[in-house]
Design a binder for this molecule. Structure first.
Ligand SMILES: NC(=O)c1ccc[n+]([C@@H]2O[C@H](COP(=O)([O-])OP(=O)(O)OC[C@H]3O[C@@H](n4cnc5c(N)ncnc54)[C@H](OP(=O)(O)O)[C@@H]3O)[C@@H](O)[C@H]2O)c1
Length: 332
């Protein structure tokens, strides 16, 4: 089969289509015939050499895929050849086939084509883990989502709304702000003084009960400054840096919780739990349109470097999806 690897650490030009053996399904796994996959920030870090795959994961890039179940490994129940599935992966999605633990699969609702289905797993499961499980957002809460026009951000705004919360999204771009007006109750473009004052004003002085932070160091001080008493900050992205200084008394005074999470390095059974809980809560909502995967662009896998450039330039509103058409794939 053909899959995409980074031949060395570097820019998008190091991505290559390479010939490789088809994967075999191990105990508890299925092999998925991939019809579409999608780009995540982590793929860019991995390509640059800053985010190696966890032990045992494929060198082929790609943290999610949608396709049909082609082969079934020993011990797998509940799945049959030909079933439509979307998969959370530790790697290997940018390829014609990928082996994946069956517990990391979700059924594709009938209303989603391959492109939409490939835009679901990584961002909806990440946002669900942060909002539904860690920060426990609920009815009436004010939820502040940073980088709200991103893949994870657009998923988080929709999940928060479905949980009954009131939402505020931030983006640095006025153009992107217009695109997410329908998804958020309020959109804030932080100025030179940050966003804390504006969030405090919007919430009538209450502050944010939950912050879904995809930015990290550069936003932490403001996050705490506009946090409600008992507020929770779920830290899941670090595009704004990894180190900063905060006044811990501000956390204590607010009885605040700061919690972090990554999805990729978790053991299979933990990923399985997250997938199962989202499948129960989220699949009916995807099926009737209450949740909608946001796709910025669909690019063939043969142009994977262009897809990386688009994401790296912060141009995307939602996901950049890669379509995998076997006939078009020729190793470089
Ligand atoms: N912890 C986990 O398990 C997990 C899983 C998946 C993703 N993530 C993280 O979640 C974040 C979003 O992922 P994604 O794939 O959805 O990303 P994405 O669509 O590529 O969007 C990232 C967005 O972050 C904003 N941004 C970039 N640099 C920034 C800066 N210095 N300050 C403020 N905002 C900045 C930009 O939005 P604007 O231009 O609109 O401001 C950019 O479009 C990433 O940080 C990713 O690593 C974490």
């Amino acid at each position: 089969m053909i899959g995409v690897i980074a031949t060395r650490p570097g820019g998008p030009e190091v991505l290559e289509l390479a010939s490789m053996p088809d994967p075999e399904p191990a105990e508890g796994e299925v092999v998925l015939r991939v019809r579409a996959t999608a780009v995540n920030r982590a793929d860019i870090l991995q390509r640059r050499g800053n985010y190696p795959p966890p032990p045992g994961a494929s060198d082929v890039l790609g943290l999610e895929a949608a396709g049909t179940v082609e082969r079934i490994g020993p011990g797998v129940t509940g799945w049959s050849e030909g079933d439509r599935a979307m998969a959370l992966l530790s790697g290997g999605g940018y390829a014609e086939r990928v082996a994946v633990p069956a517990v990391q699969l979700m059924r594709v609702p009938d209303n989603l084509n391959w492109i939409l289905a490939a835009a679901v797993p990584e961002v909806f499961l990440t946002a669900w883990q942060a909002l539904g499980r860690q920060a426990r957002a609920g009815t009436g809460d004010w939820v502040l989502v940073h980088a709200a026009a991103s893949g994870v951000g657009t998923a988080a705004l929709q999940i928060a709304r479905e949980l009954g919360a009131r939402t505020i999204g931030t983006t640095r771009s006025h153009e992107k702000a217009a695109f997410i007006e329908d998804l958020a109750d309020h959109v804030v473009v932080p100025g030179p003084d940050g966003f804390a004052e504006e969030v405090t004003r919007i919430t009538g002085g209450h502050g944010a009960d939950v912050v879904v932070d995809l930015v990290g160091a550069s936003y932490l001080r403001d996050n705490i400054a506009c946090l409600a008493t008992g507020g929770r900050v779920a830290l899941i992205g670090l595009v704004g840096g990894t180190r900063t200084e905060i006044d811990l008394s501000e956390l204590m005074r607010r009885r605040a919780t700061l919690v972090g999470s990554t999805l990729r390095a978790r053991p299979v059974d933990e990923k399985g739990e997250i997938v199962a809980s989202f499948a129960e809560w989220g699949l009916p909502r995807l099926a009737d349109g209450r949740l909608r995967p946001m796709v910025h662009d669909m690019i063939p896998l043969t142009r994977v470097a262009d897809a990386h450039r688009e994401v790296e330039a912060d141009r995307a509103v939602g996901k950049v999806v890669l379509s995998v058409e076997s006939d078009a794939l020729i190793p470089m």
